[in-house]
Design a protein around this ligand. Structure first.
Ligand code: CFM
Length: 471
């Protein structure tokens, strides 16, 4: 009985197809959870919308670009500043967001004029910024505003600007995953190949599917620099709009998040013949393996070994200190999808932590293939979970720590289980050698924090206090 029908799902038995419990000796190919499917009516999904997948995850990371969101104010507000992807130009992209603030009359009479006015206003207000991404949202897509025609007009009036249009309203797909796809394909077909980069090394890569969460990109950039590898474009951590237009000139595409950006790597291979190399950037073993793979493509094996030895000598003692104290702890990962397969073996091998439950909001079946192959027996694998399932699984799996976002994090607090932000991190970066020490430190601080035990005491009950004092 490897697929699981939870107690709370008795009224929506279709949910059984989405929850797998891995047992020894099974052929897991027979039991892949259904994924990337429409959410079942009756279940309160934790998913985001397709527009969010394009804007919050990929487009909004660009550090020199106006993000014009053609829709009601909430679409702009709710995809702004919840994600921490800093940049080396003063975090322009974190400070600002733009909305056409569509109201009822604009919906009735059309919003094209309003969009045109807003685009000019934004460029006038920020004269040093010459790049813009315009997004449609549910209402403006439904009323049929011709955004591309407006972009054409504005570009004709301002010859020094470049504008990219993302037509991916919230309802375009079953989750944010659709937004990744639309942005990837749109960008590679309309923008890649329109700028020529300055080539400074014979070893050139694009680093794809890394969004500089709390400085991840910066850590990896130091490794590429030491190997003498030039990064033509980061897609899109700490990146400029124009760097991403010159991706066609790299010799290799190195892919971290295959879910959100595997599409552009595949297209770059198809259109320009650039090979794709997937890596894992979290964890000591994985990071070393990644550096070896990239270096061996260019014949830089020796330099790679030096780098790995140096970084290991510097950070391994700290990692081991945490490993000693985290050994045997149980962990749940409740995020988007890829971090499940990036992390489960990394925390097991490098920290001795067992991952006992993993849920993916929008991963596809291929993500479940990867995570089930890498994950342990006796672990739950869940697609598109709801809140009641979360509580029931936590009760069964009993993790000591949960990696998830602030929304599920609030539920976690009610259970008096420590939580670490698995999306934007607590105190990152988490990638690379030093990053994984940060991740271990945050796990240690969370699991050893006495507040969680104290917070679980009902202070209305004097006896509980007495028991606590006696302890
Ligand atoms: Fe890729 Fe990401 Fe992730 Fe993701 Fe995300 Fe994310 Fe995630 Mo939150 S791009 S798929 S859409 S690794 S925002 S930085 S943490 S759910 S597992």
């Amino acid at each position: 009985m490897p697929m699981v029908l939870l107690e709370c799902d008795q009224d929506i038995p279709e949910r059984e197809r989405h929850i797998y419990f891995k047992a020894p000796g099974e052929d897991s190919r027979d039991y892949l959870p259904a994924a990337n499917a429409p959410t079942i009516p009756g279940t309160l999904s934790e998913r985001g919308c397709s527009f969010c997948g394009a804007k919050l995850v990929i487009g909004g990371v660009l550090k020199d670009t106006i993000q014009m969101i053609h829709g009601p104010l909430g679409c702009a507000y709710d995809t702004w500043h919840t994600k921490r992807y800093p940049s080396d130009n003063g975090h322009f992209q974190l400070k600002y967001s733009w909305s056409t603030d569509m109201k009822e009359s604009h919906i009735v009479f059309g919003g094209e004029k309003r969009l045109e006015k807003c685009m000019h206003e934004a460029f006038d207000a920020m004269p040093e910024i010459k790049r813009m991404v315009v997004y449609t949202t549910c209402p403006t897509a439904l009323i049929g505003d011709d955004v591309k025609a407006v972009v054409k007009k504005v570009t004709a009036a301002r010859t020094d600007v470049d504008i990219f249009t993302v037509e991916c309203p919230g309802f375009a797909g079953v989750s944010q995953s659709k937004g990744h796809h639309v942005l990837n394909i749109g960008w590679v077909s309309e923008k890649v190949g329109t700028v020529e980069p300055e080539i400074t090394s014979e070893y050139t890569i694009n680093f794809i599917g890394d969004y500089n969460i709390q400085g991840d990109t910066d850590v990896l950039q130091r490794y590429w620099d030491r190997l003498g590898i030039q990064v033509i474009a980061h897609f899109t951590g700490n990146s400029t709009y124009d760097a991403c237009r010159s991706m066609h000139r790299a010799k290799l595409n190195v892919v971290n998040c295959a879910r959100s950006a595997g599409y552009i790597a595949n297209e770059l291979k198809r259109l320009y013949g650039i090979p794709r190399l997937d890596i894992d950037s979290w964890g000591f073993n994985y990071m070393a393996e990644a550096i070896r793979k990239v270096a061996s493509f260019f014949g830089l094996e020796e330099k790679a070994e030096e780098l790995i030895a140096e970084e290991t000598a510097k950070w391994k003692p700290q990692l081991d200190w945490y490993k000693e104290r985290l050994q045997g702890k149980k962990m749940a990962i409740w995020t988007g999808g890829p971090r499940l397969w990036h992390w489960t073996k990394a925390v097991e091998d490098d920290l001795g932590v067992e991952v006992v439950a993993m849920s993916s909001k929008f991963g596809h079946e291929e993500d479940f293939e990867k995570v089930i192959a890498r994950g342990r027996n006796g672990t739950y694998y869940i697609d598109d979970p709801n809140e009641l399932e979360f509580f029931e699984i936590m009760d069964k799996a009993k993790p000591d720590i949960i990696f998830t976002g602030p929304r599920v994090g609030d539920l976690v607090k009610k259970l008096h289980i420590p939580y670490v932000n698995g999306h934007a991190y607590h105190n990152g970066p988490y990638m690379g050698f030093e990053g994984f020490v940060n991740m271990a430190r945050d796990m240690y601080n969370a699991t050893h924090n006495p507040l969680f035990r104290l917070a679980a005491i009902d202070i209305r009950d004097d006896r509980a206090l007495l028991v606590e004092e006696a302890a």
